[in-house]
Design a protein around this ligand. Structure first.
Ligand SMILES: CC(C)(COP(=O)(O)OP(=O)(O)OC[C@H]1O[C@@H](n2cnc3c(N)ncnc32)[C@H](O)[C@@H]1OP(=O)(O)O)[C@@H](O)C(=O)NCCC(=O)NCCS
Length: 155
């Protein structure tokens, strides 16, 4: 199937919410509120199928100086394994470059996917304090099984 990857619009927010809620219920992602998604909609990209259904999403969040974060990456199970996760990740990496981001990081339960995208595992403590300080506030701390990975973007 062919997918279109594009910046999110306000009209996509409910679909993004439903997709993230579905993945969060499976323990694969942290959920995000509708309110937060409306506030952060400019950070989101979506993948839509040929019928215009939103079947994937990802967000680029600037964390600090030249550091960007891959957030809320999700692809519907019925569209998995067809390259959409990779295409969404590449889209935010390209956007990150135009913003002046030099290094991307991700906190994830699927390190294997990101290793295929050129990311390498790093100790959480190697990231700026602002990032791991948030972890201490999280309901999943200290039992979180997320792995931190980083990738230097080509200039
Ligand atoms: C992880 C996820 C986004 C991958 O999306 P996808 O569209 O199926 O991925 P792609 O088809 O682009 O896969 C790209 C490559 O990564 C590999 N890959 C996909 N999921 C993987 C995983 N969980 N572990 C290791 N490798 C994985 C694929 O095999 C493929 O490799 P190949 O090119 O050698 O065939 C999707 O499975 C998903 O939404 N998972 C649940 C939510 C989640 O865990 N999100 C990440 C939060 S940071």
């Amino acid at each position: 199937m062919a997918f279109t990857v594009r910046k999110a619009r306000i009209s996509d927010v409910q679909s993004i919410y439903d997709l993230l809620k579905h993945m969060a219920a499976k323990g694969l992602l942290l959920p995000r509120s509708l309110s937060n998604l409306y506030e952060m909609v400019q950070t989101f990209w979506v993948g839509e199928d040929e019928s215009g259904r939103v079947v994937g999403t990802v967000a680029l969040q600037v964390a600090w100086e030249t550091l960007g974060e891959v957030r809320s990456l999700a692809v519907s199970e019925d569209c998995g394994g067809q390259g959409l996760g990779q295409a969404l990740t590449r889209a935010i990496e390209a956007e990150a470059l135009t913003l002046g981001v030099e290094r991307m990081f991700v906190l994830t339960y699927v390190p294997g996917f990101f290793e295929k995208m050129g990311y390498a595992e790093t100790p959480l403590a190697s990231l700026p304090q602002k990032i791991w300080a948030v972890c201490f506030q999280c309901v999943h701390y200290p039992d979180c099984k997320e792995t931190a990975l980083v990738k230097d973007l080509p200039r």
